[in-house]
Design a protein around this ligand. Structure first.
Ligand code: SF4
Length: 296
C-alpha cells in the first residue's frame, strides 16, 4: 500500500467503510468571538469549515438525515463546524449525547482547537469510549508561529503539544490537520511542520491544500494580489514529501483539500480532487515511494 488511507483503515477495523455525518453542533469559535481573536483564521468561511451542512437543523435532525440517507451503513458522527469543545461541560455532554442515539454510529469525531482542550473536556470525551470509538481533530495547519500569526490562528504551536499530551493521557486518538500552500510558507516550513508532527503521538493526519474560498480574508488578499495560491505541481510534490516523511503508522484521513461547491475563488485545479489524489499516487508509484519511507 502506498499510504494508510482512511477507507482501508475503516474496512479493516469495522468491516466496511463508515459514512461520515457532518454535524453543525451550534458552537462558535474563540478566534471569532473575541476570546482569543476576531475574524477567525484567514482561510475560514462564515460557517467555520462546514459550509455544506444544512443551517439551523437540530443535531438530532442532522444525524437522522445522515442515517436515513444510507440505512445499511455504519457511521462516524463528525462535529465539524467551528470549535466543538468550546462550551461548558454540561453543554458539551448534551450535544454529544444528542448525536449518539443510534447503534450504527461507531465513531464520535470532534473537530476543535488545541486551546479548547483541558483535562475536564478530555475526561468527558474519554467517557464515550464505552459507547463507541472517539477521535479528536486538532487544526494545527503549520508548526510555524510566524505563519500562525499571519493566518490569525490565535495560538502558538506549544499549545498543540500540550493538547496532544492531555489527549494522549486519556488515550484519545488525535487527528491533526496540516495545510500546504499557506501564505509565505516555503518547502522548509513544510519540512519543519512534518518534523513537529512526528514528535507527537498522533493517530491520523489530514493534509489540506490551501484554497481561496469566496468571502474570506484570504480571498481579499488574493484579490489584492497579496496571496498567490500554490500550483498543482508544487502541491503534488509537497504532499508527496509529507507522505514519505511522516510516521508510517499514521492513518492519512485526507491528502488534499476540497472547497464547498460554488465557493472556490482559486486555484482552479482545486475543483478536481480526484486528479490531485491520482497525481500524488502516480508520483509515489513512479518514484518507488510509500508512506514513511524517509521517516526518522
Ligand atoms: S479555529 Fe477553525 S472555526 Fe475558528 S476561525 Fe480558525 S478555522 Fe475557523
Amino acid at each position: 500500500m502506498l499510504y494508510n488511507n482512511l477507507s482501508s483503515y475503516l474496512k479493516g477495523t469495522y468491516g466496511q467503510r463508515l459514512k461520515k455525518i457532518c454535524i453543525d453542533g451550534h458552537f462558535t469559535c474563540p478566534n471569532r468571538d473575541g476570546r482569543c481573536g476576531k475574524g477567525g483564521c484567514i482561510f475560514c468561511g462564515e460557517r467555520g469549515a462546514g459550509e455544506h451542512i444544512e443551517e439551523r437543523a437540530s443535531i438530532r435532525e442532522q444525524v437522522e438525515a445522515g442515517l436515513n440517507s444510507n440505512p445499511d451503513s455504519l457511521f462516524i458522527a463528525y462535529f465539524q463546524n467551528f470549535t466543538n469543545t468550546y462550551a461548558d461541560i454540561q453543554t458539551l455532554k448534551s450535544r454529544y449525547d444528542e448525536a449518539l442515539f443510534d447503534e450504527r454510529i461507531r465513531v464520535l469525531s470532534i473537530g476543535t482547537r488545541p486551546d479548547c482542550i483541558n483535562e475536564d473536556i478530555a475526561s468527558l470525551i474519554a467517557s464515550y469510549k464505552t459507547r463507541c470509538d472517539v477521535w479528536v481533530e486538532l487544526g494545527l495547519q503549520t508548526a510555524s508561529d510566524t505563519t500562525a500569526e499571519l493566518i490569525n490562528r490565535g495560538y502558538k504551536s506549544e499549545v498543540f503539544t500540550e493538547a496532544v499530551r492531555i489527549l494522549n493521557k486519556y488515550s484519545i486518538p488525535v487527528v491533526s490537520h496540516m495545510m500546504i500552500g499557506l501564505p509565505s510558507e516555503d518547502d522548509g516550513d513544510i519540512h519543519r511542520t512534518v518534523e513537529f508532527l512526528n514528535s507527537h503521538k498522533l493517530f491520523g493526519l489530514k493534509i489540506h491544500s490551501v484554497y481561496v474560498m469566496k468571502g474570506t480574508r484570504l480571498a481579499r488578499l488574493y484579490d489584492e494580489g497579496k496571496y498567490v495560491p500554490i500550483t498543482f505541481d508544487d502541491y503534488v510534490r509537497l504532499a508527496t514529501y509529507v507522505i514519505t516523511h511522516v510516521n508510517p503508522d499514521l492513518i492519512l484521513h485526507r491528502i488534499t483539500g476540497d472547497c464547498p461547491d460554488g465557493m472556490l475563488a482559486a486555484p482552479e485545479w482545486n475543483k478536481d480532487k480526484n486528479a490531485v489524489i491520482c497525481a500524488i499516487q502516480a508520483k509515489l508509484k513512479h518514484d518507488g515511494l510509500y508512506q514513511g519511507i524517509y521517516f526518522k
